[in-house]
Design a protein around this ligand. Structure first.
Ligand code: GTP
Ligand code: MG
Length: 354
């Protein structure tokens, strides 16, 4: 079967299957083509012989772990660190992540399925509401919830709101005090203590998603408490996200990094076409949607300089991710109402009606 226009065909680099029938905690995750039928496979598929062999004598475990927190707390950075591969985009700007993304890893006999979620904040626009709803939904069925708190900004009102809601729901969570590389050690205990008093945390870990400090301890703990049960994904699968969606995210990351003010928040990126070429390279066509003609002019830049720079960086990232040569073609289209268009929400894996 040709891979062109089909986001569900396994990728050699990511081994993604896009098997929606296996999405348990996350509901419908990000997808480019909502009309795609689910591919075969089921929650109850028996583990492969390789799996049984590997974990002989130990109970097989599989745990869904939601990573939640205020925007910019470092959730996506941590997801990438836990999985050992860059799957989620990361930028210094708030509200980078727009929908849920699974990152899957194995530790001993446990398969850990991490759910990166959009930051939780006080939503204003429809898009904000859909993002925040996706974040809470990411937590709903997870076996464990890890609340990330930026140790340098522990009194963020968004974090306070999340803790209040966790406490009200009587859900227990793990507190991960993140970015400890930025804070003096002697201050950390006081910060952890103040947060712990909310009464909804079972454990606290001090970590740096960026340097990896403390991340192994957190991972070991999550593996030890994962419920017994068969692995839900093949051993070599890293994510549930279709390659086309991940590729659009790579370009959106550059839009966030290279453009400023409201522009990144007014832009969306979609992969329109994907062609595997005989020489082993891929041709990828993407559209950057913006809301106004003036924004299109900014994305293009003087004599096309900005779009060229976005394309160059995105292409380099895509080649690293896909482990093959990439020809990237970017188009900028004005679609004033994309932010109110149900189809765009489906493309983002978000619920329009929240
Ligand atoms: N110094 C330091 N910076 C970090 C750490 N973790 C994340 N960052 C930085 O914090 C910024 C935000 O990181 P993200 O991983 O995108 O944060 P996020 O929580 O996913 O943000 P949203 O998707 O917007 O909710 C980026 O500039 C990261 O490099 C850390 O442990 N230490
Ligand atoms: Mg993020």
């Amino acid at each position: 079967m040709p891979r062109k226009n089909n986001p569900l065909i396994p990728s050699p680099a990511l081994r993604e299957r896009g098997d929606r029938s296996r999405r348990r905690a996350v509901g419908e995750g990000p997808t480019v083509d909502s009309a795609q039928p689910p591919s075969p496979g089921s929650l109850s598929s028996p583990p492969s012989p390789a799996v049984r062999e590997r974990v002989e004598g130990e109970p097989i475990r599989c745990g869904y772990v939601a990573l939640i927190g205020a925007p910019n707390a470092g959730k996506s950075t941590l997801l990438n660190q836990l999985v050992g591969k860059k799957l989620a985009i990361v930028t210094p700007k708030v509200q980078t992540t727009r929908s849920r993304l699974l990152g899957i890893t194995i530790l001993g006999s446990a398969q850990l399925v991490f759910v990166d979620t959009p930051g939780i904040f006080a939503p204003r626009r429809r898009l904000d509401r859909a993002m925040v709803a996706a974040a809470w939904a990411g937590m709903a069925d997870a076996d464990q919830t890890v609340l990330l708190v930026d140790a340098a900004r522990p009194t963020n009102p968004d974090t306070r709101h999340i803790i209040d809601r966790l406490a009200a729901s009587k859900r227990h969570a793990i507190l991960a005090l993140n970015k400890i590389d930025l804070v003096r050690r002697d201050r950390l205990l006081g910060v952890a203590d103040a947060l712990f008093r909310a009464g909804c945390f079972e454990h606290v870990f001090m970590i740096s998603g960026l340097t990896g400090d403390g991340v192994d301890d957190l991972k070991q703990h999550l593996a030890a408490v994962a419920p017994p049960g068969p692995w839900l994904f093949p051993e070599d699968q890293l994510s549930d996200a279709p390659e086309r969606w991940l590729a659009a995210e790579v370009t959106r990351e550059q839009v966030f990094l290279q453009l400023h003010d409201e522009l990144p928040y007014s832009a969306a990126v979609e992969t329109e076409a994907w062609e595997e070429r005989a020489d082993g390279s891929a041709r990828i066509d993407q559209v950057i949607y913006v809301r106004r003609p003036g924004q299109r002019a900014i994305v293009l830049g003087d004599k096309g300089a900005r779009i060229k720079a976005i394309g160059a960086r995105a292409r380099a990232e895509l080649e690293r991710m896909l482990e093959r040569r990439v020809h990237l073609f970017l188009f900028v289209k004005v679609r004033d109402n994309w932010i109110e268009d149900p189809e765009r929400y489906a493309a983002l894996g978000l619920d329009y009606n929240v």
